[in-house]
Design a protein around this ligand. Structure first.
Ligand code: IMP
Length: 199
């Protein structure tokens, strides 16, 4: 059995990853399996830099292959904000949503995209990074209870539902994370030996 550590303690992301990895011969560990893990400072200036920082730190600390993602919402009318600051934009999910809706009050251009960059690290170095995106529009009010973060106000192109109105399964077919993940998985399957470290 091959192991990989997901460098996150975020239960929502873990649930998405667990579902995406279902049926693969890879056992998913998380930072919750490594109590006391000192989280690195996410001081990169791009999704890719932050994903690299997180994957490398987890790989070095846990001494097994690791992957990390960095993701966020880029809003066209806000020149890409909140972007890499999506989680720090305000204190809670509902405050983040309220703040974004306020900034976009009366703004016609509602175009936005979720971006996710996954970095894979093994043997003390970052091996590869993969980017996924999903384009859509920002709604004028939150809708739906599923998912997390900005899901209630993001409507992916081609759907008349917000991300939070889709089931996890439906979201996982089109999300930025699923997208980046599909590219990463293809790479991992080709390079399975990078996961052969003993746990
Ligand atoms: P990260 O943990 O640094 O990648 O933070 C990404 C932040 O972007 C999250 O805290 C959410 O606010 C937002 N975000 C990323 N992916 C999603 C998603 O799939 N749905 C809703 N919000 C997301």
């Amino acid at each position: 059995m091959a192991y990989i550590v997901a460098a996150t303690g975020n239960q929502h992301k873990l649930a998405e990853y667990a579902q995406l990895l279902d049926g693969q011969n890879i056992e998913l560990k998380s930072l919750n399996d490594y109590p006391g893990y000192p989280e690195p400072e996410e001081n990169g200036s791009s999704f890719e830099e932050n994903a690299r920082i997180k994957a490398l730190a987890a790989c070095k600390y846990c001494d097994v292959p690791a992957f990390a993602d960095d993701s966020g919402l880029e809003v066209e009318a806000l020149d890409g904000r909140p972007g890499i600051h999506s989680s720090r934009y305000a204190a809670t999910d509902s405050e983040r949503i309220a703040k974004l809706l306020k900034e976009l009050d009366g703004v016609e251009n509602r175009r936005a995209r979720f971006v996710c960059v996954i970095a894979i690290a093994a043997n003390g170095e970052v091996i590869e990074t993969f980017e996924g995106e999903v384009k859509g529009t920002i709604l004028t009010a939150p809708r739906g209870e599923n998912g997390f973060g900005y899901d209630p106000i993001f409507q992916p192109d081609g759907f008349d539902k917000s991300f939070a109105e889709l089931t996890q399964d439906e979201k996982n077919r089109i999300s930025h994370r699923a997208n980046a993940y599909a590219k990463a998985l293809e790479f991992v399957e080709d390079e399975m030996s990078i996961l052969d470290d003993e746990f």
